[in-house]
Design a protein around this ligand. Structure first.
Ligand SMILES: [Zn+2]
Ligand SMILES: [Zn+2]
Length: 266
């Protein structure tokens, strides 16, 4: 491609993408007003819920034994080895679902353009947040760099925060900025992820954060490095307590008595 034309072409495709997103949002709004279908299986539902009863029951709920610190499902009761080795900077983290099957697919669809899924995801999140984090004074989204936000068209964490705020009556505090892009975290362990994220969050609204009990909202907890790094920045800016809620988390399948893996963790 002619490199001089590239910016114009990019802008053109960006416009088309924006229009595509607008149209799908209109279609969704029309759909909302006229009928309801399950956001997972597409079956018709009659109670106005976003996820039908069958799909709701079949979801991989994060119940059973969980680590009291990171909230991941663990093989045996107690603090997981990863948290013993490297405690998170969050005071407590919890997640509603395991990052598996339909729950993982829902998150991927939500992050890959199907923005309307924030309502289904909020439905699945509200009960746990109400139960576990009633003392939170504000919901804090995980920021994206401007470039990453432009590429996706929205910050999925902020969109979810706004919906949760409407449902729970707790304000959104969009206090942090992400100034530098970080490497993809996929193949890194907690320690390497922490290094990768070091200093990437900047708290612009320090006075709004000072002395507050905050709840960071994110979609997935893998090693917890992202919420931990953001909690660290918020605490350095004066936050009293920082909790984290993630919609899903990756189960810790390490048997007790074995040292945690430091790399190659999914
Ligand atoms: Zn369904
Ligand atoms: Zn843990």
């Amino acid at each position: 491609m002619d490199t001089k034309k590239a910016p114009k072409t990019r802008a053109f495709f960006q416009k088309i993408k924006e229009w595509g997103q607008k149209i799908s949002e209109w279609v969704r709004k029309y759909d909302d007003a006229h009928n309801y279908t399950c956001d997972i299986c597409g079956r018709e539902v009659f109670g106005g819920e976003r996820v039908c009863k069958q799909c709701f029951r079949a979801l991989p709920w994060n119940d059973g034994e969980i680590c009291p610190q990171c909230g991941r499902r663990v093989k045996e009761a107690g603090v997981c080895l990863e948290c013993k080795a490297r405690p998170l900077r969050t005071d407590r983290a919890r997640s509603a679902l395991l990052y598996e099957g339909e729950a993982a697919r829902l998150i991927l669809r939500y992050k890959r353009g199907q923005k309307y899924l924030y309502r289904a995801i909020a439905d699945l999140s509200v009960p746990l947040i109400g139960r576990e984090f009633a003392e939170a004074e504000a919901l804090v989204p995980v920021p994206m760099t401007k470039k990453a936000r432009r590429a996706r068209g929205y910050n999925q964490s902020l969109v979810l925060c706004e919906e949760l705020s409407r449902r729970l009556g707790v304000p959104v505090l969009d206090a942090a900025e992400k100034r530098k892009e970080t490497k993809p975290q996929k193949s890194l362990g907690r320690e390497e992820r922490e290094k990768n994220l070091e200093g990437c969050f900047h708290i612009a609204k320090r006075s709004a954060v000072n002395g507050k009990t905050l709840l960071v909202i994110d979609d997935t907890f893998t090693t917890g490095a992202t919420v931990s790094e953001l909690a660290d920045a918020l605490k350095r800016a004066g936050a009293a307590k920082v909790y984290a809620f993630t919609v899903t988390s990756v189960e810790d399948k390490t048997a007790f008595g074995k040292p945690p893996k430091t790399s190659g963790k999914k």
